[in-house]
Design a protein around this ligand. Structure first.
Ligand SMILES: Nc1ncnc2c1ncn2[C@@H]1O[C@H](COP(=O)(O)OP(=O)(O)OP(=O)(O)O)[C@@H](O)[C@H]1O
Length: 584
């Protein structure tokens, strides 16, 4: 029996009804191109209708009246063939160009949404799932932008125009064609909910396959080490099967819908033939015009049938549209201030003032009170899971506390709440180096410049020298994806050098030197020490903790003791001693 959860119905499977409509405003930025695409679609569809009608009329006249086609008719036919060919190319070219431009902008908006809501959103979802939204879901919408909007408008116009002409020739013909067109147009909406839900199941299954694949690639070494690759292979095979099942369910229903559309067209052909025959025998329509009238009646139905097929497919994309819409409209977790305050120059201390925080469950921080004066170093110590990294993330304003305030303390002047500072100014003032600060595909120099693109070669060389990066490899060395070609300690040195390039006034080091040996840790501490910089070090290693001016111990969501190394280790019953003993 399979242990892999299948693509059961979820919220994503029941996408919002207006999800496709929400995609339309993206076209507003490309109004001229949208108009050109509509015009090309109109000419493409209109030229085919005119071509078929004229060809049928030419043949009808030749057969019934036994006369050769006029030079004007032949010229017009050739011109229509050329126009149709040109417009087919032009319409495809324009509609795809338009779609790719819209998708390129949409991808940026999805990433903007992720950035706005990161890291909570990223932490709460699997990276493969996010990648599926950013890539596969956006990609799927190509069909909507390239094959539905302009074509639907053109089909409506061509059908209306053709019906008006038909009505003047023989009112019975539009009376046959109109109900068929109405049924064709209504068909995609008849089971829109079920169709959207089937599309949703496919998107969910694809996202799960993507999430599992990304996780497998990321963790392939651990899977190998634990001999868990075979099980993982089974999981991926099961995920693939679920995608196949979901896609097959869609294809089966689409085949039924296509058969219904064909039946309607056949009924229309029979109806049109019967109506035309009746009109000719009753003397209302000249025999030579009958083929042209029938060709016109049936050819205006062609774009309607094609639009119905496109609409069916588009409805199935509602889930993709929903997922993209949610990503694009993701709210900012740390909203920018309405009227940002400037930070005064000079050293900055930090203060967590009665800070409480939770991730949606039990409180992680419960009234934390902590002050680090400008230029001092504080070691934040606590058991695993005590909330140290959470404090670091609040300082970097990845999110805001539920209660209390995170403040920056100028040497002179009032404290400044980080919520009042613009994002750009806060990033320049406070730099966080995380536990596993990732490196990016590129050279050593590119990775260092990530934080300060404007840094000159001298500053780069100085930061590299201070952190021992110059001893790792030349600056133009490629580090591989996520710094795969480097050791953990080397990656840590690069992450620290990158932070130093920003010249932050507050530096938060969250287990940043844990991968280094004791000598490396001590060397880096000396390199990082700068009188005017305030440093908060989160560490488990006694030697690292000891170097700090003061130590604060976090326990049960509060600071339970604070003092110097000598103070705290001098008391046998201190929380610090307890932690050092348990982690030794
Ligand atoms: N994104 C998140 N969503 C939900 N819970 C989280 C999240 N991040 C952390 N937590 C929880 O919050 C608590 C504090 O985590 P935090 O990472 O701050 O601890 P820590 O003291 O830094 O631990 P460690 O020393 O092991 O790094 C833990 O119970 C953890 O499970």
């Amino acid at each position: 029996m399979s242990t892999v959860a299948g693509p059961a119905a979820t919220d994503a499977d029941a996408p919002a009804r207006g999800a496709l409509r929400a995609l339309l405003p993206a076209l507003a930025a490309h109004r001229a191109m949208t108009a050109r695409t509509c015009a090309a679609a109109l000419l493409e569809q209109g030229s085919l209708v005119a071509l078929l009608t004229l060809a049928a009329h030419t043949v009808g006249t030749a057969v019934i009246e036994a006369r050769a086609p006029s030079a004007a008719a032949v010229t017009a036919l050739v011109a229509l063939v050329v126009l149709r060919a040109l417009m087919t190319w032009r319409e495809m070219d324009l509609s795809h160009d338009l779609a790719y431009r819209v998708l390129a902008a949409l991808r940026v908006r999805v990433f903007d949404g992720l950035a706005r809501s990161a890291p909570a959103r990223v932490a709460g979802r699997r990276s493969g799932d996010l990648a599926a939204t950013a890539m596969a879901d956006v990609e799927a919408l190509e069909f909507f932008y390239a094959h539905t909007t302009a074509q639907l408008l053109a089909a409506g116009t061509v059908f209306t125009g053709g019906s008006v002409v038909l009505a003047t020739v023989e009112p019975w013909l539009p009376a046959v064609v109109l109900p068929v067109a109405a049924l064709l147009a209504a068909a995609p909406f008849a089971d829109a909910r079920a169709r959207a839900a089937r599309g949703g199941r496919t998107r969910t299954a694809l996202a799960r396959l993507s999430a599992d694949t990304v996780e497998t690639v990321d963790g392939v070494r651990e899977l190998l080490a634990f001999g868990a690759l075979a099980e993982r292979r089974r999981t991926l095979a099961e995920r693939g099967r679920q995608v196949g099942d979901a896609q097959r369910a869609e294809a089966t229903r689409e085949a039924v819908a296509a058969a219904v559309r064909d039946l309607l067209i056949v009924a229309a052909v029979l109806g049109v033939v019967a109506a035309a025959a009746h009109s000719v025998t009753s003397g209302r329509l000249h025999g030579a015009w009958a083929p042209a009238a029938m060709a016109l009646a049936l050819s205006v139905l062609g774009p309607v049938a094609e639009s119905a097929r496109a609409l069916s497919q588009a409805v199935a994309l509602r889930a993709a549209a929903s997922r993209v819409d949610v990503a694009v409209k993701a709210p900012a977790l740390a909203p920018p201030p309405a009227a940002p305050r400037s930070l005064p120059p000079g050293p900055l201390g930090v203060r967590l003032h009665r800070v409480s925080f939770d991730y949606g469950g039990a409180p992680v921080l419960d009234g934390v009170e902590l002050t680090v004066p400008p230029g001092r170093t504080l070691a934040l110590v606590g058991a695993s899971g005590a909330g140290k990294s959470t404090c670091a993330h609040l300082l970097a304003r990845f999110w805001d506390p539920a209660a209390g305030a995170v403040q920056l303390l100028p040497a002179d002047g009032d404290p400044v709440d980080v919520r009042e500072v613009s994002d750009a100014e806060l990033r320049r003032a406070v730099t966080l180096v995380g536990q596993d600060a990732p490196l990016f595909h590129g050279t050593l120099a590119e990775n260092l410049r990530l934080a300060a693109p404007e840094a000159d070669d001298k500053a780069l060389a100085e930061a590299a020298r201070l952190c021992g990066v110059d001893r790792i490899a030349p600056m133009d060395t490629h580090v591989g994806e996520r710094g795969a070609t480097l050791s953990g300690g080397q990656r840590a040195r690069i992450a620290l050098a990158r932070a130093l390039l920003v010249r932050p006034r507050v530096l938060v080091l969250d287990e940043s030197t844990a991968h280094l040996d004791n000598t490396g840790d001590a060397q880096l501490a000396t390199a990082l020490a700068e009188e005017s910089r305030t440093t908060i070090v989160i560490a488990h290693r006694p030697a690292t903790i000891r170097r700090a001016d003061r130590i604060a111990v976090l326990e049960d969501g509060r600071i339970v003791e604070e003092g110097t190394w000598e103070d705290l280790t001098g008391r046998p019953e201190s929380a610090l001693n307890r932690i050092l003993t348990t982690t030794a």
